[in-house]
Design a protein around this ligand. Structure first.
Ligand SMILES: NC(=O)c1ccc[n+]([C@@H]2O[C@H](COP(=O)([O-])OP(=O)(O)OC[C@H]3O[C@@H](n4cnc5c(N)ncnc54)[C@H](OP(=O)(O)O)[C@@H]3O)[C@@H](O)[C@H]2O)c1
Length: 239
């Protein structure tokens, strides 16, 4: 049996579970080496690195450790948090914390990966945003603002880093079934609401997001950069 030749190393933040874990699995199946970065350091595939994406020192330590193992050809910024509060009750400290973990992290990890991608002749950065980035969602001011910022950071990095041969794309999912929300999404009332609100009639599967992200790396379409690709069963455009 011939061994699969590695297509290079991709860093995936938030790969210990959920969407990030599915992305890591898809990338490994396509022949990439995958470094899974998270606070726990758990790795469903590839290998794990402990990293708090809100902390630049922790990010540098993890990215340096990954680069010591081999060339870095890509990055997926998937780590993120979600919390709800009404706009009137939202504390500025909680708003800033959400902005740092969901949006500041995208900037900081991309900055840390940049020299390694350049050393390798360029590469691809995929950020995981959300279709909430352009919606008005009650009790979600901080989360929506952070995901809108991910779209903006994607656009600016794509413009600044195009000459370095780096493409930057924002993948913005709709409702995706993960271990965390599976029980909630399976409730009859929620399922009925989903069927009505999502034209496709169901939430997304983590493997659907993973296949899109995997295809972006495998296809390497250099002219596709700066864009936000919504993958939400058409919910965001449903009137
Ligand atoms: N699920 C959805 O419906 C949905 C929809 C749209 C967008 N998204 C986005 O998709 C991404 C993944 O969501 P998910 O549903 O898969 O979430 P999840 O199951 O809660 O997983 C979150 C991941 O992020 C990591 N993480 C959280 N805070 C971190 C930090 N400070 N430093 C490093 N890693 C951290 C977690 O690992 P540790 O706890 O080990 O650190 C975990 O691996 C998020 O950006 C989310 O906003 C999700």
């Amino acid at each position: 049996m011939s061994e699969l030749v590695s297509r290079g190393q991709i860093l995936v933040t938030g790969a210990s579970r959920g969407i990030g874990a599915a992305i890591a699995q898809d990338l490994v199946a396509r022949g990439y080496d995958v470094a899974c970065l998270s606070r726990s350091g758990d790795a469903p595939v590839g290998y794990g690195l402990v990293c708090d994406v809100g902390d630049p020192v922790s990010i540098k330590t993890a990215v340096d450790a990954a680069s010591a193992r081999g060339p870095i050809v890509g990055l997926v910024n998937c780590a993120g948090a979600h919390a709800m509060a009404s706009a009137l009750e939202l504390k500025i400290a909680d708003f800033e914390s959400m902005m740092r973990v969901n949006a500041g992290s995208v900037l900081m990890v991309s900055q840390a990966a940049h020299p390694h991608l350049v050393a390798n002749g360029g590469g691809t950065v995929v950020n995981i945003g959300s279709f909430f980035d352009k919606l008005g969602v009650p009790d979600n001011t901080a989360y929506c603002a952070s995901k809108a910022a991910v779209g903006a950071i994607t656009r600016c990095l794509s413009v600044e880093w195009a000459s370095d041969g780096i493409a930057v794309v924002n993948v913005a999912p709709g409702y995706i079934e993960t271990d965390l929300n599976r029980d909630f999404l399976s409730r009859d009332k929620v399922r009925a609401w989903m069927q009505k609100r999502i034209p496709v009639g169901r939430p997304g599967d983590v493997r659907e997001i993973a296949r899109l992200v995997g295809a972006l790396f495998a296809e390497r379409i250099a002219f596709l950069t700066g864009e936000t690709i919504y993958i939400d069963g058409a919910q965001g455009m449903n009137h």
